[in-house]
Design a protein around this ligand. Structure first.
Ligand code: KG4
Ligand code: ZN
Length: 335
C-alpha cells in the first residue's frame, strides 16, 4: 500500500524490544520487556539470565507489535527487518539476530544488521525532523561514552571514547556503594534534585587526558572511597548532596568534551543519546547551552529500545545499504 514498514528488534543487553515503524519516524507500535527486576538482585546484568529471558519474551512481543500495528500479513506488509547485531552480550544478541533472520526468511523480506550505537544516534531522528547532517552526537549509557561526528547515514567519525568505565557504569557503581538500587543512574538523578552540587569535591576527570577521550574509573573510585571513609568514621552521608555533587561532576565533564568537539569541528548541532541522556541535569545543560542547536531524544528513546533500531535500519536501507541472511551477531562490533 505504498507505506514502508520496518520491523525493528533490539536485544543487545537486558531489554527485549520490538518496534514497527512507518517510513523514517512514524511509530505504529513498540514494546519493551525489561529484565531489570530480575537482574537487580545481582546488582548488574547476568548474561546467562539475560539471553534466556530474551528468548521467552521475543516472540510474544513481536506478535503483539504486529497486531497493534495492524500487520495481518507481514510477508506482504513489512518492507525490512532491522536488528541490532552488536556490540553487546553474545547470548543476548544471538536471540535477536536469529529471530530476525527467521522472520526475514519466512516472510522473504530483506534484513539489515544495525550497530547498537548507530541505533542510539538515530533515536534523535524520531523526535526531530529538523535534525540535519552533520551533527555531533554524544552516546552515554551503561556501556558507552562516545562522541561521534555524524556526517551522514553510515558516515560516523568517532572523536572520543572512554578509556575505561562508561559514564552510566560510574553512576551505577557509585549508587551501589551508597546502598541504592540498580540501576543507580535514575535514582541518583532523583536524589540530586534536592541536593547541593557544591557540597562534595571530586577530582578533575579530564586531567591528563588527551584529545576527546574520557575516563570515569578515577572519579568512580574517588567517590566510592569517599563513601567508605565517611562510613568508617561513622558519619551519616547526606545522600542528596553527595548525589548532586557526583552528578554535577559527571555532567560538567560531558559538557566540557562536547564544547571541545564543537570547537574542533565547527559543528554546532549537538545531539545526545543513551541511558545517561535521560539524566535531567545533563539534559538541562545541553538544552540551555549557548551557541548550540541542541537535540534531545524523548527519555523513553534514550535508553535501549527497538524504535531507534528500526529508524537506523530504515535510514540505512534508504541510503542503499543491503544485507543478507549471513548476518551474524558480533559482541565487539566496531563502529
Ligand atoms: O542505554 P541504556 O539503557 O543501556 C546501555 O546500552 O547501557 O543505558 C543504561 C544506563 C545505566 O547505567 C543507567 O544507570 C543509566 O543509563 N541511566 C541514567 C539515567 N537513566 C538511566 N543515568 C543517569 N541519570 C538518569 N536519569
Ligand atoms: Zn544502549
Amino acid at each position: 500500500d505504498g507505506r514502508f514498514l520496518t520491523l525493528g528488534i533490539e536485544s543487545s543487553c537486558d531489554d527485549t524490544s520490538v518496534a514497527l515503524l512507518e517510513g523514517p519516524r512514524r511509530v505504529l507500535s513498540w514494546k519493551i520487556s525489561s529484565q531489570i527486576e530480575r537482574h537487580a538482585a545481582f546488582g548488574g546484568v547476568v548474561p546467562e539470565y539475560a539471553s534466556r529471558m530474551h528468548l521467552e519474551a521475543i516472540l510474544p512481543l513481536t506478535r503483539a507489535v504486529l497486531d497493534e500495528g495492524g500487520v495481518a500479513d507481514p510477508a506482504k506488509q513489512i518492507g525490512l527487518v532491522a536488528v541490532t547485531c552488536g556490540p553487546g552480550l553474545m547470548g543476548s544478541l544471538l536471540v535477536g539476530v536469529m529471530t530476525a533472520k527467521a522472520y526475514a526468511q519466512a516472510w522473504k523480506v530483506p534484513i539489515l544488521g544495525v550497530n547498537h550505537l548507530e541505533g542510539h544516534i538515530y533515536a534523535n531522528m524520531i523526535d526531530h525532523e529538523d535534525l540535519k547532517f552533520p551533527f555531533l552526537c554524544m552516546v552515554v549509557s551503561g556501556g558507552h561514552t562516545e562522541i561521534v561526528l555524524v556526517r551522514g547515514c553510515g558516515e560516523y567519525q568517532m572523536l572520543g571514547a572512554t578509556q575505561d568505565d562508561a559514564a552510566g557504569e560510574a553512576f551505577d557503581k557509585v549508587a551501589k556503594a551508597l546502598g541504592l538500587p540498580y540501576p543507580g543512574g535514575p535514582v541518583i538523578d532523583r536524589l540530586s534534585a534536592a541536593g547541593d552540587a557544591g557540597a562534595f569535591e571530586f577530582p578533575d576527570v579530564l586531567h591528563n587526558l588527551e584529545g576527546l577521550d574520557f575516563s570515569f574509573s578515577g572519579l568512580k573510585t574517588a567517590a566510592i572511597n569517599q563513601v567508605n571513609r565517611l562510613r568508617q568514621k561513622g558519619e551519616e552521608i547526606p545522600l542528596e548532596d553527595f548525589c548532586a555533587s557526583f552528578q554535577n561532576t559527571v555532567v560538567k565533564t560531558l559538557i566540557a568534551r562536547l564544547e571541545q568537539a564543537v570547537r574542533l569541528t565547527g559543528v554546532k548541532s549537538v545531539a545526545i543519546s543513551g541511558g545517561v541522556a535521560a539524566n535531567s541535569a545533563f539534559r538541562r545543560a545541553v538544552a540551555e547551552h549557548e551557541g548550540w542547536k541542541s537535540f534531545l531524544p524523548s527519555k523513553m528513546f534514550c535508553t535501549d529500545n527497538a524504535v531507534m533500531v528500526a529508524a537506523a535500519g530504515c535510514a540505512a536501507w534508504q541510503s542503499g545499504r543491503r544485507g543478507g541472511l549471513d548476518l551474524a551477531p558480533d559482541p565487539a562490533l566496531d563502529f
